[in-house]
Design a protein around this ligand. Structure first.
Ligand code: AMP
Length: 557
């Protein structure tokens, strides 16, 4: 298959924002792609050569992309920068120079998907001395035989800014339509299988084979699985109605979610964004090896930080560095220790236990964990059908400094990736929301060059709606918390558009924002504005599907 087929597809996809139309464009393409016998090429639809959970990155900055364009099309960096300043998009710049070059040469070779996928995979794996030059050479090899349209999308791919909008739901719609048009129940089955595997190549391969291959997609320790999500209740009466009685009530610990996998001697740790954080938590790996019985399992846990001197639990802010930091790990282990609270199990001794009722899964947890204070323990739990007992447990949870309680349906299976009523959270209503940054503004004076105020948005279905502009809460220095430098470094690669000193960014960075009150306001696309918003913390563990919904804001307004 020629890469041009992909480039034309990207172009067609970019011409519509409608989910149905995008799926319709993808259906014949997927039917054609399957004939290539290379299911992993499906990753290219999202500008990747690896499954979504794999953190491998191309490591290409705009500066390097400019160099690639210079080398490939025989132009100077001044010419590229000048064009970039007028056009604003490096993809279009590459397209223009490729066009000029095409007019001046007689022969052009075709660029195959095999070549593109191969070189891009190598670009990701190259490390160490001279890495940049070798990456440059691999990319230049692709660009020199790229047509203008191919060049445009290649640049966007390596800068992780494809902008064709193929969300999970759209790709699932298209797979269902392409391979199971006669069976509407398969759309849900595909989604459940995807939430287990988180790998579109695997799903695509199985879809081509048929229904039973989809049914056979299984949990595998070492490959991340989506976590079951909680719904919210305002009272025990409501929670009891959702779960049915009796219920299990547990402390809601204030840390971050971690799925802990073990297979033989190997331990793997994943956040709920499916990020592999094993190397950041050698203390957790050690505790698991020592304190959990079983050769293979997947545990669902909340990892909580504590102060090693005072032995007091610390809020998420204090340990968020442990997820982000890739160096000085041993010092962090010492300064910011964590305790593992285990509350569920998904896989045990070579078998999935997703379909066991929660009480049975919890029995396994009780059986295999050897608790040791400040290292690992099973979550505190009562089983009750009595609201008074539940209230008393809730009060105790708040007294000992926990966030609230989780109420769980005792006979429910584990539903990966779902916000079903099998797990309900109840906590004192706080004036804060998790929101995503969709835009930012450069500061002035000593903060010039730094992005210092941020447009934050909530969700409404597939859309992101703005709810305010936040310019406080961050620190000048990294040691005091999230700094402007750090936030700028996070946001810069996500910039889609620049308008004067304002930028639009791909929604990716989730932050918790406190505020004084919410008002109706025509200034923001949500129709609401947060008054006096402040960023309290960056949530590297949370994904954009977990931010506040418009309904949450409406409720508080
Ligand atoms: P929220 O982040 O407010 O939606 O609350 C749900 C989160 O609470 C889960 O994703 C877990 O990270 C966390 N949590 C803390 N304690 C528990 C528990 N005992 N059971 C389940 N989740 C818990």
């Amino acid at each position: 298959m020629d890469y041009l087929r992909f480039a034309e597809l990207y172009h067609a996809l970019s011409q519509t924002t409608k989910r149905i139309e995008k799926a319709q464009i993808l259906v014949p393409f997927l039917q054609e792609l399957h004939k290539s016998g290379r299911p992993e090429w499906i990753y290219l639809l999202r500008g990747k050569v690896l499954p979504d959970y794999d953190p491998g990155e191309f490591g290409i900055s705009t500066q390097i992309a400019i160099k690639v364009v210079c080398v490939s099309f025989g132009v100077t960096s001044a010419q590229v920068v000048q064009k970039l300043n007028t056009v604003g998009d490096i993809g279009e710049v590459a397209e223009t120079f490729a066009q000029k070059k095409q007019q001046s040469v007689l022969f052009s070779t075709k660029l195959s998907v095999r070549k593109v996928f191969g070189n891009l995979s190598k670009v990701i794996s190259i490390e160490g001395n001279g890495a940049i030059d070798r990456k440059l050479a691999l990319l230049a090899e692709l660009f020199t035989s790229a047509s203008p349209l191919e060049a445009k999308y290649l640049v966007r791919t390596v800068l992780s800014d494809l902008r064709v909008g193929v969300a999970d739901a759209i790709l699932l719609d298209a797979l269902a339509e392409a391979f199971f048009a006669d069976d509407p129940s398969m759309r849900m089955k595909l989604e459940e299988a995807y939430d287990l595997a988180n790998d579109f190549a695997l799903l695509f391969d199985a879809a081509v084979e048929g229904k039973s291959a989809i049914d056979h997609i299984a949990l595998v320790p070492g490959r991340p699985v989506k976590a079951m999500l909680a719904v919210k209740a305002d009272s025990f009466a409501e929670a009891f109605r959702i779960c049915g009685t009796p219920v299990a009530v547990e402390y809601k610990y204030d840390g971050f979610r971690m799925h802990i996998h073990k297979k033989g001697e190997k331990v793997f740790l994943f956040t709920r964004k499916l990020e592999n954080v094993t190397s950041q938590f050698p203390d957790v790996v050690q505790a698991i090896r020592k304190h959990v019985r079983g050769d293979s399992f997947i545990l669902d846990c909340e990892v909580v930080g504590f102060n090693p001197q005072t032995k007091k639990y610390t809020p998420f802010e204090a340990i968020s560095q442990r997820i982000k930091r890739k160096y000085d790990i041993n010092k962090l282990v010492h300064d910011l220790p964590v305790e593992i609270n285990v509350f569920d199990v998904l896989f045990f001794q070579d078998k999935s236990v997703l379909d066991l009722p929660f009480v049975e899964r919890r029995k396994i947890v009780d059986k295999i964990i050897r608790s040791e204070p400040w290292k690992i323990r099973v979550s505190s739990q009562i089983i009750t059908e009595n609201e008074h007992d539940a209230e008393a447990f809730y009060k105790k949870a708040l007294e000992v400094g926990e966030e609230g309680v989780m109420i769980k349906k005792i006979d429910a299976p584990y539903k990966q990736g779902r916000r079903v009523g099998y797990m309900v959270k109840l906590k004192p209503s706080a004036a804060d929301f998790d929101l995503v940054i969709v835009g930012a503004e450069y500061g002035t004076g000593k903060r010039g060059g730094l992005l210092t105020s941020y447009i934050v948005a909530c969700r409404s279905g597939d859309q992101f709606l703005e709810v305010g502009k936040v310019s406080s809460g961050l620190k000048e220095k990294e040691e005091e918390g999230m700094s402007y430098d750090e936030m700028t470094a996070l946001l810069k690669p996500l910039i889609i558009e620049e308008k004067g000193n304002e930028v639009v960014v791909t929604p990716k960075v989730v932050v918790s924002v406190t505020y004084q009150n919410i008002q109706r306001s025509p200034s923001y696309t949500s129709g609401y504005a947060l008054r006096f918003p402040r960023i309290t913390i960056y949530r590297p563990d949370k994904g954009i599907d977990e931010i506040a919904d418009l309904a949450d804001l409406e409720e508080k307004a």
